[in-house]
Design a protein around this ligand. Structure first.
Ligand SMILES: Nc1ncnc2c1ncn2[C@@H]1O[C@H](COP(=O)(O)OP(=O)(O)OP(=O)(O)O)[C@@H](O)[C@H]1O
Length: 333
């Protein structure tokens, strides 16, 4: 069963088309990275999955149920980390988790969840005193309540330091390992490379490509640099390599042979060298950076390698599908 299916979905805000003819399927158990620069339409798509905004055209199915008719049921089975969600400043972290547990009628231990998201020592503090990263951890904790079948995370690494971002990725992986589907949006490319089975790149409301990271690299014909340590080689020994399709250059400097080539011909390069009687002692590759890859899909528009925060706002949920009385999420129509 597909966990998420969008068919020909378009969302217009007046004259502005935020999402255009989007066809997207996420299979059960997949970790799917939804990427794109600011304003690409990621939050709009997520808000449509959660029925916070309605598509202008097209149909959406989540966990086998049509969004709209079955939104309450879908939200009960889904954990959400919305972008731009504000915590309830006077409530403690533990109260937030307890609230999520009550809302979902789950039986999780609040302290176990706090511990999992790295807030074991801060559970009794008012969430208003939390740092940005701690708030993000807290909202992730709320999303984990009830062991949801589907986790929808909108820019989950916002505000997290590198250690926190790594912990978040580990949690995403653990959730997938227990069978959950994870759909997360990001403009932080490293996050996506580390955990996603597949990624889709959204640009100006349209899905411009969808593949594994490795597949994307091959698709763009991105060059890789192969750095080989050899026992002995002369410049003439590299001629057969230079004649291979997909090799744009080769050089030797002492025991180091450097070859610029498309990733698909790496094995052929190595085999050709071996056939020429050159012993290869070590192999390293340097890939084209993901940033370059993304820029090639987004006309060079604002995808950043580091977590530089986000100018967009979205959300409108609290990870539980319900709103406590003091809720102040930034919502949209
Ligand atoms: N409620 C709204 N009314 C009018 N325009 C909107 C509304 N919500 C979003 N948009 C517009 O739709 C486009 C897509 O915005 P969206 O927030 O979905 O992008 P995003 O990919 O999530 O960006 P970011 O990474 O900055 O959060 C933008 O041009 C935005 O200004």
């Amino acid at each position: 069963m597909s966990a998420i299916q969008l068919s020909n979905v378009t969302k217009r805000y007046g004259d502005l088309t935020a999402v255009r003819n989007l066809d997207l399927t996420v299979e059960s158990g997949e970790i799917y990275g939804f990427l794109g620069p600011n304003g690409a339409g990621k939050s709009t798509t997520i808000n449509m999955l959660l029925d916070f905004v309605r598509p202008t055209e097209g149909t959406i199915t989540v966990l086998g149920e049509p969004v709209g008719d079955s939104s309450v049921d879908i939200r009960e089975r889904t954990g959400v980390l919305p972008e731009g969600f504000d915590v309830y400043s006077r409530l403690t972290g533990r109260k937030h988790i307890e609230f999520a547990i009550e809302s979902k009628e789950a039986d999780n231990d609040p302290d176990a969840i706090l511990d999992r998201v790295g807030l074991a020592d801060a559970g009794d503090r008012a969430a208003g005193e939390y740092s940005k990263g701690m708030r993000q951890r807290l909202v992730l904790g709320m999303a984990l309540v009830g062991d949801p079948e589907l986790l929808i995370l909108d820019e989950p690494s916002t505000g997290l330091d590198p250690g926190g971002a790594k912990e978040m990725r580990d949690i995403v992986q653990q959730e997938a390992d227990r069978g959950a589907t994870v759909f997360f949006s990001s403009h932080v490319l490293g996050q996506v490379e580390a955990v996603c089975d597949r990624v889709g790149i959204l640009h100006k409301g349209e899905l411009v490509t969808e593949d594994s990271i490795e597949g994307l690299r091959e698709e763009t014909g991105s060059e890789e640099t192969l750095i080989l340590t050899v026992d002995d080689a002369t410049d003439d020994d590299l001629d057969p390599i230079r004649r291979l399709d997909g090799v744009s250059g080769a050089a030797v400097d002492g025991p180091t042979v450097t070859v610029s080539c498309e990733s698909g011909v790496k094995n052929e390069v190595i085999a050709t060298l071996s056939e020429a009687g050159i012993e290869i002692e070590d192999i390293e590759t340097e890939s084209t950076s993901l940033e370059e890859l993304f820029l090639s899909y987004t006309d060079g528009e604002g995808v950043v390698e580091k977590d530089g925060g986000s100018t967009g706002s979205g959300g409108g949920g609290d990870g539980t599908g319900s709103q406590p009385p003091e809720a102040t999420p930034e919502g949209r129509q």
